[in-house]
Design a binder for this molecule. Structure first.
Ligand SMILES: O=C(O)CCC(=O)C(=O)O
Ligand SMILES: [Fe+2]
Length: 278
């Protein structure tokens, strides 16, 4: 299916240059400027949502289920730091990601990700000059296929810009909570510690519906997905872009999330332009 048909073009005329597209981009830019997150409700068309959900469902069994204790930075414990330092706060993580090499170019999810109009729209919204597809063959387009008991504790993303498309909600849970731009200037450990211990006033909550698109600066905003309950799995497609063309995830994070590490992850380890942890 053409990427155009995956999108609700009446409400989101991203393929037509003109006033309507410009107004839409302006609105999303304003939301992103406000708190690093924008939600485009009902972005997927009805047929688009159905075909992307079908694709997610057909490969959900390829998801890598992983559990562990993870800090917000996906790094190992550092006993030299005080025990209440954010880097030493570990939370139970239990999730299931379908790695990107399960989404072929002809499938709807990768068709959308690789569509130049769609990525151009995301780039315009983010107002970033340095904006590249994520070069990670396991992580550029993935599906978070989480089940009962799964959640994703507080963390920062490796990639700068994340776009998620909600495909199916669990029966309960699965709210998206975030502390907007908490480490925009520096690591801001004091506020990060408050988010982790539940005393921060910054945290916002989103309840996304299937078909909603979320554009998010996940490298700067601490975020989590609350634990799920009920028999229905929660499917969210996650599209990633970065500010550097060759960037991939660290071998450590890759192993945790996808259960595999490729040679490219070792070759390119440590290649990043910012100084943030992980
Ligand atoms: O499932 C989601 O809504 C987002 C999950 C997330 O934060 C991530 O995969 O980094
Ligand atoms: Fe994330």
């Amino acid at each position: 299916m053409d990427a155009q048909h995956l999108i609700n073009m009446d409400r989101f005329p991203i393929f037509e240059e003109g006033e309507n597209r410009a107004a839409l981009v302006k609105q999303v830019q304003a939301d992103l400027a406000d708190d690093g997150c924008a939600v485009l409700k009902g972005f997927a068309s009805k047929v688009g949502l159905a075909s992307m959900l079908k694709e997610a469902d057909s490969v959900a069994h390829k998801g890598h289920k992983s559990t562990g204790r993870t800090n917000a930075y996906f790094t190992q414990d550092d006993p030299c730091l005080p025990h209440d330092h954010p880097r030493r706060q570990f939370f139970d993580r239990s999730n299931c990601f379908v790695p990107a090499d399960n989404f072929p170019p002809e499938g709807p999810l990768r068709s959308l990700y690789e569509n130049v109009v769609f990525s151009g729209f995301v780039k315009n919204c983010l107002q970033e000059d340095a904006f590249f597809p994520y070069a990670d063959p396991l992580a550029d387009v993935i599906v978070n296929a989480a089940e009962e008991g799964n959640g994703f504790p507080w963390h920062f993303d490796t990639n700068n810009f994340t776009v998620t498309l909600a495909l199916q909600n669990a029966d309960d849970g699965g709210a998206f909570e975030y502390a907007p731009n908490v480490r925009k200037g520096d690591e801001n450990f004091a506020e990060v510690a408050r988010v982790l211990d539940g005393s921060s006033d910054l945290v916002k909550t989103l309840h996304l519906e299937p078909g909603d698109l979320q554009i998010f600066r996940g490298r700067y905003s601490l975020h989590r997905v609350t634990p799920l309950s009920g028999p229905t799995p929660r499917y969210v497609a996650i599209f990633s872009w970065v500010d550097q063309p060759d960037m991939v995830a660290t071998p450590e994070r890759c192993k945790q999330l996808y259960g595999r590490v490729l040679p490219i992850h070792y070759e390119r380890a440590g290649l990043r332009s910012d100084e943030f942890i992980d």
